[in-house]
Design a protein around this ligand. Structure first.
Ligand code: ACO
Length: 313
């Protein structure tokens, strides 16, 4: 247990929102099919925006809201599966754009949709050993450039965006679990290592669905056990927004408990590592995050990776 708290958040979305109707002009699909099977109504696609530009905007907003001295930031982590470049890391571009001090460790991580929560798990012990009290953890994705618009079973799910959280070393409890089950078959993107026709994201939707449901349940139960808490004591559960049906399935299992299962997938689609910090920022804006509340977050994705954490607002 390494104490951290979320001080401020920010998000950045491309200007262009693409509805299901618009997508159905280039993909053999319909608004009704997408809404029923996924809960998605629209998603954002980058035009001028990039993974780095969105990460920078989201991070700037978080830092501005927190009104802290930027010299006090010691770590910048960008969780992404779609980095701006193979190198330098997107985090280095954030350091440059925010004019952060050179005495900062800036690096990217790829744990797919579990990336933001892996990021929190990594920076918590780092902050305890750091002379500086703050870290920036950012999730940023430009997924519209890797989806295959000839594969209607996957392309309708994904969207672009970024979310950032300014994290402070704290006395407040923080519990974290992280998992991996190596699997290349169900969800992968060959990307740079491939021939052009083999470039795109590939997903076995049914198998990923089954994995996702079990990963969320395992993530919730394991972090509760670690924290010696029960679901009764949790105020909010924030799951990676992969598919509204996946979240509803888990929500039903815990229906006798008071926790709010937050969903915003209708307006963003699945933004992978960005989905949890985008939702955090939206919840903060809506006044849903109140001091003292227990927040349980669960992420899961390609790898397979999954991760959960429990912290106090
Ligand atoms: N529009 C219309 N019809 C479609 C579409 C579409 N976009 N996509 C598939 N179909 C058709 C199929 O061709 C199939 O037709 P058939 O019965 O005539 O053969 C039928 O719909 C059912 O297809 P399924 O693939 O079985 O549909 P399913 O109910 O499983 O839904 C979905 C597919 C939405 C992808 C679901 O499996 C899912 O959400 N899986 C989890 C995906 C996920 O969470 N991925 C991300 C997690 S990790 C990460 O975030 C990177």
């Amino acid at each position: 247990m390494q104490g951290i708290e979320i001080i401020a958040t920010g998000r950045s979305l491309p200007a262009r929102s693409v509805t299901n109707q618009e997508l159905s002009k280039i993909v053999d699909t319909s608004d009704q099919w997408i809404r029923t099977r996924t809960g998605i109504g629209s998603r954002y696609y980058c035009e001028e925006e990039t993974t780095a530009s969105m990460a920078i905007e989201a991070a700037k907003k978080a830092v501005q809201k927190a009104k802290i001295n930027k010299q006090e930031i010691g770590i910048v982590v960008v969780a992404t599966t779609t980095p701006e470049y193979a190198f330098p890391s997107t985090a280095c571009l954030v350091q440059q754009a925010l004019e952060l001090p050179e005495e900062v460790m800036a690096f990217d991580i790829n744990a797919a949709c579990a990336g933001f929560l892996y990021g929190l798990g990594i920076i918590a012990p780092m902050l305890q050993n750091s002379r500086k009290p703050y870290a920036l953890v950012i999730g940023s994705e430009h997924l519209s450039k890797i989806v295959n618009y000839k594969d209607r079973g996957s392309c309708i799910l994904f969207g672009d965006g970024a979310g950032a959280a300014l994290i402070k070393k704290s006395e407040k409890d923080f519990y974290h679990k992280g998992y991996t089950r190596g699997n290349k078959e169900c969800l992968y993107c060959n990307g740079l290592s491939s021939k052009k026709e083999d470039f795109y994201l590939h997903m076995e939707g049914n198998q990923v669905f089954r994995f996702a449901v079990s990963a969320i349940e395992e993530g919730i139960e394991s972090v509760l056990k670690e924290a010696k808490l029960t679901m009764e004591e949790v105020d909010i559960v924030l799951c990676h927004q992969a598919n509204g049906r996946i979240i509803s399935h888990v929500e039903k299992k815990y229906k006798e408990y008071p926790a709010l299962f937050y969903k915003n997938i209708e307006f963003y689609g699945n933004t992978s590592a960005a989905s949890i910090p985008i939702a955090l920022d939206e919840m903060e804006e809506k006044g849903l995050l109140k001091e003292g509340q227990k927040l349980l977050m669960v992420g899961f994705g390609a790898g397979f990776t999954w991760s959960s954490c429990l912290l106090t607002i």
